[in-house]
Design a protein around this ligand. Sequence first.
Ligand code: ZN
Length: 187
Amino acid sequence: MILPIVGLGNPVLRRKADPIDRDYPNLKELIADMFETMYAADGVGLAAPQIDKSIRVVVIGFRPYDEKTDTYGDVSEEHTLINPEILERKGEMRYFNEGCLSVPDIHEDVLRPDTIVIRYFDADFNEHTEQIDGMFARVAQHEIDHLDGIVFTDRLSPLRKTMIKRKLNNVISGKVHTAYRMKASKR
Ligand code: ZN
C-alpha cells in the first residue's frame, strides 16, 4: 500500500524516533509498504518518520552504478535498516547532490563522509555491523538523520540556507506540487 509522505513542517520530522523490537506489530507489512511508497515516489530511501511513524526504521533501494561500464544495474540494491547506529565515520568528506521526498523541489550539495561503519538489524532482526561506502553510505546517512529529527537542508551552510529560505517556506506551507501524495501538515 502506498502511504502519504509527510512534508517539512510536520513535527514528526523533528522528533527523535523510538527504537523498536521484533514484536512491533505488522513490521513486515510496514516495510513492504515503505518500499512501495519509496519506489512510487521515485525515491532511493525512506525513513519511517516520513510516513508519520516515529520509529527507527529505514528502507533504501537504488540501482547500483558500475564505474567500469558507466551504467546502472537493472536490479535495485535494497536494504532495510532497523535501529541503525553509525559507529564510525571515516574516509573522505565529499559533496553529493541530495534531495528528499519530504522537501520537494530542493536539491543541494551536502558534505558527508564517504565511508561509515553502521550497526543495524535487518527485516528478520538479524544484527549486522558493516563498513559501507558509495551510494549506500550516502543514503543511509541521510535516512538515519531523519530518525534523529534532522533534514538534509539543516546541513547546508548558513549562506545556502538563506538562499533557499523562500523555497523552504513554500514547502513548509504546502505550496509545492508533487507527483506523489503528501500528507497535510499538522501544525
Ligand atoms: Zn529525506
